[in-house]
Write a new protein. Structure first.
Length: 324
C-alpha cells in the first residue's frame, strides 16, 4: 500500500489483505509485523483493528503481543481512514537529516544520531516518526525495527535492527544488561560528586489533561540510574547518566527526585531551571544519548558508538562556562 493509496482510503476503501509470514518475520509481535507491512497506516488504527478482532491469524482472533510464525497467514480488514490520519510522506529536509544522521551501519544493524523533536514512532498527534520515515527513505531494506527507544525531545544514539535475527539478539543483550547506554544531561544546581546512583521505583500515570507522566512511587517498578559529574558551572552541572533499568523518563525523573531537574524539561523541570535555560539560550531539553556499546549480533565484536552533540547544546555549554 503506497502513501498515495493511504490518502485516498476514506473514499476508495481497500480490499481484505492476506499477508503470509516469512522466515525473516517469524517471532515478531503481531502489532510490529503489521506496522512494518502496512506503510502509511497509523499505529492507532493498527491497534484498533486488532482490538476489535478484525485481524485474524490463521483465521483466529489474536492479540497485539501474539508471536507469529513462518507460514502463518494474517488477515487484514479493509482500512478506511481519513486523509489526515495517514502517515505523511517524508519531506526533502527530513530525508536529508536522516541520511546525514547515520553513525554506523552493518548488514545487521543501523545506528543513527536522532535529532531532538522527532518521535521514534508516529502516533496520536504525530504524523510521522523516525522508523516510518526510515522505511520510506531506505526502501532497499525489507526489515527495519527499533532495538530500543529514546524520548521525542532526547537526541543521540538510536539502534535499529535490519533483520529479525539481529533484533532478537540485540534485544536479548538489553534484557541481560549487556548493552551500555550513556547520556549527557545538564541539570540544575550542583550535583554532589558523591551521589553516584539513584534507586527509586517509578510509576507511570496520566495527568488530568491525559498527558503521560512518571513519578517516584513505592508501588512503581524498580529503577536505578548511575550518575557521574562531567563539569560544574555556576547554577548547573553537566552529568553523565546511565540507566541500569529502562523505564520511561527514568533519567529525568530520577534527577528531579534528587533535587536537580534537567534544564528545559517541560514535564519535570523548575522555574529556576527555566530561567537558566533562557539565560544560556537553551531551547530544548538538555538530554543527549552520547554513547552506545554492545556486541555485534553476528561477529560478537564489541561495538562502541558515539553521537556528536547537537551544536546548539555545545553552544549552551560554552555560555555556561562564562562567569555570570
Amino acid at each position: 500500500m503506497s502513501l498515495n493509496d493511504s490518502a485516498k482510503q476514506e473514499t476508495t476503501g481497500q480490499q481484505v489483505q492476506w499477508l503470509e509470514v516469512d522466515d525473516n518475520q517469524a517471532g515478531q509481535r503481531l502489532d510490529n509485523f503489521l506496522m512494518a507491512r502496512l506503510k502509511g497506516v497509523p499505529r492507532t488504527l493498527v491497534y484498533r483493528i486488532i482490538r476489535k478482532g478484525e485481524v485474524r491469524v490463521n483465521k483466529s482472533r489474536a492479540k497485539a503481543d501474539t508471536r507469529i510464525s513462518a507460514g502463518d497467514v494474517v488477515r487484514v480488514p479493509p482500512l478506511r481512514m481519513a486523509p489526515q490520519e495517514a502517515v505523511q510522506e517524508v519531506s526533502d529536509n527530513l530525508r536529508r537529516v536522516l541520511l546525514s544522521s547515520v553513525i554506523a551501519e552493518t548488514d545487521g544493524w543501523l545506528a543513527v544520531n536522532k535529532p531532538s523533536g522527532l518521535s521514534v514512532h508516529g502516533g496520536t498527534g504525530v504524523k510521522i516518526g523516525l522508523i516510518e520515515a526510515l522505511r520510506q527513505v531506505r526502501t532497499d531494506l525489507s526489515f527495519i525495527e527499533l532495538v530500543h527507544r529514546i524520548d521525542r525531545d532526547t537526541s543521540g544514539c538510536l539502534l535499529i535492527a535490519k533483520s529479525r535475527e539481529a533484533l532478537l539478539r540485540l534485544s536479548d543483550d538489553i534484557k541481560h544488561k549487556r548493552m551500555d547506554k550513556r547520556y549527557m544531561a545538564l541539570v540544575e544546581g550542583r550535583w554532589p560528586a558523591a551521589r553516584e546512583w539513584v534507586s527509586a521505583p517509578l510509576l507511570r500515570y496520566e495527568s488530568g489533561n491525559g498527558e503521560r507522566r512518571v513519578k517516584v512511587d513505592k508501588s512503581g517498578k524498580r529503577s536505578r540510574t548511575t550518575f557521574n559529574v562531567i563539569e560544574t558551572f555556576e547554577g548547573a552541572t553537566l552529568i553523565e547518566a546511565s540507566p541500569i533499568t529502562g523505564r520511561t523518563h527514568q533519567i529525568r525523573v530520577h534527577a528531579a527526585h534528587s533535587g536537580h531537574p534537567l534544564l528545559h524539561d517541560a514535564k519535570y523541570g523548575s522555574r529556576q531551571g527555566e530561567r537558566l535555560a533562557a539565560q544560556w539560550g537553551l531551547e530544548r531539553l538538555f538530554l543527549h544519548a552520547r554513547s552506545l556499546a554492545f556486541d555485534d549480533p553476528f561477529t560478537g565484536k564489541r561495538i562502541e558508538l558515539k553521537a556528536r552533540l547537537d551544536p546548539a547544546l555545545q553552544t549552551v555549554i560554552e555560555r555556561a562556562r562564562q562567569p555570570r
